[in-house]
Each structure stands twice: as C-alpha cells, then as structure tokens.
Design a protein around this ligand. Structure first.
Ligand SMILES: [Fe+2]
Ligand SMILES: [Fe+2]
Length: 184
C-alpha cells in the first residue's frame, strides 16, 4: 500500500502549486493588467471540489483519530478542522465573485483582489501548519486501523482535474499546467 504520509505531502505540494498559480494572477492586479479570471475560477473551483470535498474530510478523520492518541495536540487539531470550514467559506465567496466578474457584473477589482489575497494567505498558512505540526506526528502515532478509517471517510473517486480531460471544466487550468510542463 502506498505510504499515506507521502501521498498526503504530495497533495499538499500539488495544492501549493495551484495556489502559486493563483498568486501569479493576483500579482497581475499590481500591474494594472487584467488577470486571467477564468484560470482563477478554475483553480478555486477545483479546490472547492476536490480539496474541500475529499482532502479535508479525510484530514478531519485523521485529526479526530490523532487527537485520541495524542490529547496534547487536541487544540491544534481542532483549530485545523475549524480552518477547513473557513477555507470552504472563503473559497465560496471568492468563487462567487469570480463568477460574477466573468458573467459581466460590475465588481470592484479591489474586492476580488482582497478576497483572493486573503484566501491565499490563509490557505498557505494552513498547509504550512499541517506540514510542520501534524504530518510527522501522524506518521508516528496513527495505526493501520486509523488509516483505514481515513480512507473510508470519503468514497474513492477520481481527481476531476486529471481524470477526464474532455471535461470542459478546468480547461484554462489544464492549459496552464500543460504550458508549464512544456516550458519547464
Ligand atoms: Fe487541512
Ligand atoms: Fe491538508
């Protein structure tokens, strides 16, 4: 079986990469140019769909299990669970703003920029805290039965970004990733 900590860490790296792409669009605000709103929307939609529906529910189960084995970590783990709810809400707000802009509504640039920048800072800190405070402790303390529970938290499903490439959603994001691979 694949090492669950390695998979966990890989997912974080992948999310960081997507947040980095979102950051590069937020940077465009400073130049006065128009950011790629479709790309921004794809990234936030993906994070709403995959991270909030799959990655975070699995972590919530892992944190509940870990708190039982390491009561000294309970407060840190409860905070991280709370942050999952905050991230979902902040992502929803940002997605709605981006959908409004793309749909032609008049939305202040500063409002989109602020929502995106807040999301980035909060999300980046969240992942950093998990990497620093949780992953190695989970590796030490969680047993096979805990990991079985984590896996069962969400039914197995395909990553919507990489599974069906004909899916029109995430078109901008796939294009961007393909571009980076060909350059990089
Ligand atoms: Fe998390
Ligand atoms: Fe995470």
């Amino acid at each position: 079986m694949a090492d669950p900590i390695a998979l966990w860490h890989d997912e974080h790296n992948y999310f960081r990469r997507l947040l980095g792409l979102l950051h590069s669009q937020v940077d465009v605000f400073h130049t006065g140019e128009q950011p790629n709103y479709e790309l921004m929307l794809d990234i936030v939609s993906y994070l709403r769909e995959y991270t909030d529906q799959v990655h975070h529910p699995r972590e919530d189960v892992a944190y509940t299990r870990l708190a039982r084995r390491r009561p000294d970590l309970s407060l840190v783990l409860e905070r991280l669970k709370q942050e999952h709810r905050v991230i979902a809400r902040a992502g929803d707000t940002l997605r709605q703003l981006l959908q409004a802009v793309i749909g032609g509504a008049i939305v202040a640039r500063a409002e989109v920029e602020m929502a995106a920048a807040t999301y980035l800072v909060f999300y980046g800190n969240h992942i950093a805290k998990e990497e620093e405070d949780v992953l190695s402790r989970a590796a030490q303390s969680l047993a096979d039965e805990d990991w079985d529970d984590v896996r069962r938290a969400v039914p197995a499903q395909n990553d919507p970004l990489t599974h069906d490439r004909t899916d029109a959603r995430y078109r901008e994001l796939r294009k961007q990733i393909a571009l980076e691979v060909s350059v990089g």
